[in-house]
Design a protein around this ligand. Structure first.
Ligand code: AMP
Length: 170
């Protein structure tokens, strides 16, 4: 199945110079939605995760059905001020300034084997900060999964040396 045919390219969104890879057509089609979750499930099973973390907000759209399919728990990584209980925080550099992500301190038991899921890896800053949060929570990232990898940006170089699944490369 040609998943790439269901990714829509939007030039200059959200700002000039960015080619936005829009996953909503893939989500809207029942076959490609099901196939992308099935592919993820097949490829990450070998990492033997016991918990799944999804990154706000498009990461949730893949992390949740994957957690359901694999029979695992799910926790959200969110922008600051959204999670109600005590949190761990990790900041990462943007082109101008920094951004911060948060995870509930009690999101999963310490010592968990965590799989991190997002829709897309570009420079890797978002995923690297999420790995730091999992570490702060006393657990281990055993793998990461992304629907889309922007290969030229070399985001993988920022991540810990664990297996990474990407369904589509650009
Ligand atoms: P990065 O931290 O640079 O790896 O950026 C990854 C995050 O930004 C992901 O959560 C993506 O949803 C979003 N993102 C970055 N670049 C794009 C793009 N070209 N198209 C769609 N989403 C993007």
């Amino acid at each position: 199945m040609d998943l790439k045919a269901h990714i829509r390219d939007i030039p200059d969104f959200p700002k000039p110079g960015i080619l936005f890879r829009d996953i909503t057509p893939l989500l809207a089609n029942p076959e490609t939605l099901q196939h992308s979750i099935d592919l993820f499930a097949e490829q990450v099973a070998a990492y033997q995760p016991d918990f799944i973390v999804g990154i706000e907000s498009r990461g949730f759209m893949f992390a949740m059905p994957l957690a359901y399919k694999l029979g695992l728990g799910f926790a959200p990584v969110r922008k600051p001020g959204k999670l109600p209980a005590a949190v761990h925080s990790a900041s990462y550099a943007l082109e101008y300034g920094t951004d911060t992500l948060e995870l509930h301190q009690d999101a999963f038991p310490p010592g968990s084997r965590v799989l991190v899921i997002d829709d897309l890896i570009a420079t890797g800053g978002t995923a690297a900060a999420t790995c730091e949060l999992v570490q702060q929570a006393g657990s281990t990232v055993v793998g990461l999964g992304f629907v889309i990898e922007l290969v030229d940006l070399e985001g993988r170089a920022k991540l810990p040396p664990v297996p990474i699944t990407t369904l589509l490369q650009y």
